[in-house]
Design a protein around this ligand. Structure first.
Ligand code: GLC
Ligand code: GLC
Length: 814
């Protein structure tokens, strides 16, 4: 069952039924001002940091789940009926409801009692505001007299405090209303220099800023007393809950259309110019007024929207592909790339599953996210890498997370996740391959943000690598620390106290438990680092990285091999995890995926065996589960993984983040059919038809799909903010389609299904447009390449040296 359809030409997903199984959302904004918007206009906005600069209030895990947002109400002055064109919060029986989620904007509209209304929500580039363009059309034969109400509830900035500290917060709320613009200024009188504003393009018929005045006593957003009565009350909030509500009256002849622009924004004043007149308590509005005036002009709003469209044309135009598979095309060309931008901007902070108050930016997550967006935003990737590296600890270890506003490592969680440092190497390597910008390695970057500790970024990579060499366990495998990629495999935790954090509780000295996954990652990162060192002319150093990687490879083959697959780890007792000897958790995806991805066991058949075992024991029709058999009870020595009921999350759920490791591993074995088959199993577009089972959005990946041990096998959760976005993009583009950035140029090595006659693609790489056409002439993966007709030796297309800005690459697969 579907709840909408893809409109690929407009790069939109069109939801045609408002009661989707879960809120199906989109992101507004891509620089500093952000919003989350659901298909029924639920959601909220914030400036840079979803916790510390929350602009509008949102109640997570509400009943119904998604309630509160950017709500517009229409009221028919004659019949006195009122409704919301976005369905929520009034839930009328609407005609022609459609929500179009597009690239950085969402349009929601419908028809009710002959009145058509559509609102386009977006954030203009380079501005700290959002625009709601409401278009109302009278489809009746008679004149219509309509009142339009637009409403939002302000958050008192710190979302955590806002949701808990009522003894204070019910007293602090303050607003101003001037020339019809509502200004929210709670705490502006003291240490804040910022305020929010909510404005309307038309002369208002009324406003409200106190929630209770707007809603009426004991009422909710579904039936505001003022909307019901048809008149706002011009309330001024003191304490309690400041809101913004505007009322506009519109008279429409039959067939007539009117547009109203509402705009909500954030503004910071210079500290010494906060008040006007100086010495008063009144907000100085001189700087913000021109911005407000500009965007209340519908033609300016339209122009800003066009700019946003062109911005996305540019970003998505960097890689476009045409294959025989519509789901591949759609995800690669539109949605997966788009999701990568969202994960870059949000990391794991704000979605409908991440409350925006918990996690900052993860060190390992943000580095992996680079794989998916570095080609779209290399400058921002550069900045992100330097920020991440600046939180690295002098030991080479890393804070697990940092807060984007302060850019400081998060002390509550701390470090000791022993895979973390290697992801910096992976991220920097991806950046170098894409951009060829070697200067980044010479950037001075501090450790732990300590002034005076600056060292070239390259030094950070060296320490990352050494970190593991200084932390090897009894078998010579890397010690796992608090956890590796699998946050829930907590082998040094042994927690028996309810509520303790599995990630920060450490009861063991950490000298025994080892990770085969980190070992595989170390081999991979070591080879990447060796290639970087070679490029810098550091041949001896490169050789030492290669030899350390080779040494680790033999340790893995000796102590990390279980006979038919790679082991996962050794626990604090030195016992195996992910072995046929185990009662549960005999085989895991991560070590098998990453070891093969790193090339381990390709020569002696172990890689092929491991992938065969993965297919046999872990693959399901809905994707590949983390491990089998699922843990049926809590294991003190394993930690959080066994806290989840079987089939969910890390306990044998289908973690879509790691499925691509298997896809890439299969391409390394030359298995294009299987790689693409795995790709398709979790491809959200390919799952659109089973939206009633899948439940999450069919246009973006979710972190997890319930595994076969769960009663809801096939049900997705936690959509949008997941490493799944970057890794799937990377797997399909760089390994299955095989168009990949390398240090020496664009490499082309497709491992595609046998049934594909080929594909075409356009790739803009280091300023050159490559028009690529791959044609299959045989069943294998051997490729013969030409550039503008001239044969190329090998797989790497060297950048043209004669100034050609566009070249044609032909590849014959045989
Ligand atoms: C989540 C975390 C990520 C971790 C994964 C597996 O996606 O954000 O850091 O690797 O879970 O536990
Ligand atoms: C990761 C995991 C999740 C776990 C969390 C703990 O995000 O995906 O299962 O609860 O880490 O911080």
């Amino acid at each position: 069952m579907k709840f909408g359809y893809f409109d690929d030409r407009n790069r939109e997903y069109v939801i045609t039924q408002p009661d989707t199984p879960l809120p199906w959302i989109n992101y507004l904004g891509c620089q500093a001002y952000f919003g989350i918007i659901s298909n029924t206009a639920g959601g909220y906005s914030f400036y840079r940091d979803a916790r510390l600069r929350r602009i509008t209030r949102y109640r997570y895990n509400n009943v119904p789940l998604d309630f509160g947002g950017r709500y517009i109400y229409l009221r028919d002055e004659e019949s006195k009926q009122f409704w919301s064109p976005s369905w929520q919060p009034t839930r009328n029986d609407l005609k022609n409801y459609a929500c179009r989620h597009g690239m950085g904007y969402t349009t929601i509209g419908s028809e009710y009692s002959g009145i058509e209304a559509r609102t386009r929500y977006f954030v203009p580039l380079d501005e700290n505001l959002e625009i709601w363009q409401l278009t109302v059309t009278n489809r009746r034969a008679a004149r219509a007299h309509i009142s339009a109400f637009a409403s939002i509830e302000f958050c008192l900035w710190d979302a955590q405090d806002d949701a808990t500290n009522f003894q204070r917060n019910f007293n602090t709320g303050q607003v101003e209303v001037e020339d019809g613009v509502i200004y929210h200024k709670t705490e502006y009188r003291e240490r804040r220099d910022h305020f929010a504003w909510f404005a309307c393009s038309e002369p208002g018929a009324g406003f409200d800023t106190q929630r209770e005045a707007f809603l009426g006593r004991n009422r909710g957003w579904d039936r505001p007393a003022t909307v019901e009565a048809g008149q706002l009350t011009n309330s001024i909030a003191h304490g309690w809950s400041p809101i913004g509500a505007h009322q506009v009256k519109i008279d429409l002849a039959p067939g007539e259309t009117r547009q109203i622009v509402f705009a909500l924004g954030y503004h910071e004043n210079p500290k010494d110019q906060k008040f006007d007149p100086p010495g008063s308590q009144i907000i100085n509005k001189k700087l913000v007024k021109p911005v407000i005036a500009k965007y209340l002009d519908a033609s300016q709003a339209d122009a800003a929207f066009e700019r946003l469209r062109r911005y996305w044309d540019g970003l998505l135009g960097i890689f476009q592909v045409d294959t025989p598979d519509i789901h591949t095309n759609r995800m690669v060309n539109i949605w997966n790339a788009y999701q990568c931008m969202a994960t870059f901007n949000m990391s794991r902070s704000a979605s409908f599953y991440e409350s925006g108050i918990g996690r900052g930016l993860g060190f390992r997550d943000s580095n992996q996210d680079l794989l998916g967006f570095v080609h779209m935003a290399p400058k921002r990737a550069r900045e992100r890498i330097l920020d991440l590296a600046a939180t690295q600890l002098p030991t080479g270890g890393a804070y697990h997370q940092y807060q984007p506003l302060t850019k400081r490592g998060n002390n509550d969680i701390g470090g000791g996740f022993n895979d973390d440092p290697h992801w910096l190497i992976v991220g920097v390597s991806a950046y170098l391959k894409e951009t060829g910008d070697w200067s980044i390695l010479d950037e001075p970057v501090p450790y732990d943000n300590e002034p005076g500790s600056e060292a070239p970024l390259y030094n950070h990579l060296q320490r990352s690598f050494r970190y593991t060499l200084e932390r090897l366990g009894p078998h010579g495998l890397p010690l796992i620390g608090r956890a590796d990629w699998n946050d829930c495999l907590n082998l040094n935790c042994f927690s028996d106290t309810p509520g303790q954090s599995f990630q920060t509780t450490t009861n063991k000295d950490g000298k025994v438990a080892e990770s085969v996954f980190i070992a595989g990652l170390f081999v991979h990162a070591g080879r990447e680092l060796a290639a970087i060192a070679t490029h810098r002319g550091l041949n001896a150093e490169a050789a030492s990285y290669r030899s350390e990687a080779a040494k680790m490879e033999s340790v893995i083959l000796e102590h990390g091999w279980d006979g038919e697959w790679f082991l996962r780890a050794y626990d604090d007792f030195g016992a195996k995890i992910g072995s046929k000897e185990c009662e549960e958790g005999k085989i895991f995806i991560e070590s098998n995926g990453f070891c093969v991805l790193a090339g381990i066991g390709l020569e002696d058949g172990k890689a092929a065996k491991a992938m065969e075992a993965t297919r046999k024991h872990l693959a399901t029709e809905h994707g590949i589960v983390v491990q089998q058999p699922a843990y049926s009870r809590y294991y003190l020595n394993l930690g959080e993984i066994s806290s989840y009921p079987p089939g969910y999350k890390e306990n044998a759920g289908i973690f879509c983040h790691v499925n691509p490791w298997i896809m890439i591993a299969e391409t390394r074995l030359g298995h294009g059919d299987l790689a693409h088959d795995y790709y398709t199993r979790i491809n959200p577009s390919a799952r659109e038809e089973i939206s009633d089972l899948h439940r999450c959005e069919p246009y973006v990946y979710a972190q997890m799909i319930a595994g076969k041990d769960a009663p809801s096998f096939g049900e997705a959760k936690n959509s949008w903010l997941t490493g799944t976005a970057a890794w799937n993009y990377y797997a399909i583009v760089q390994w299955i389609l095989g168009v990949r950035a390398s240090l020496d140029g664009l490499e082309i090595a497709p491992v595609i299904p046998k049934s594909w006659p080929g594909f075409t693609a356009t790739r803009i790489f280091r300023g050159v447009t490559y028009k690529i056409a791959i044609e299959r002439k045989g069943e294998g993966n051997r490729i013969a390449l030409t550039m503008d007709g001239a044969p190329i030796e090998g797989n790497v297309v060297p950048p043209p040296t004669d100034g050609r800005k566009e070249v044609s690459i032909k590849g014959i697969l045989s």
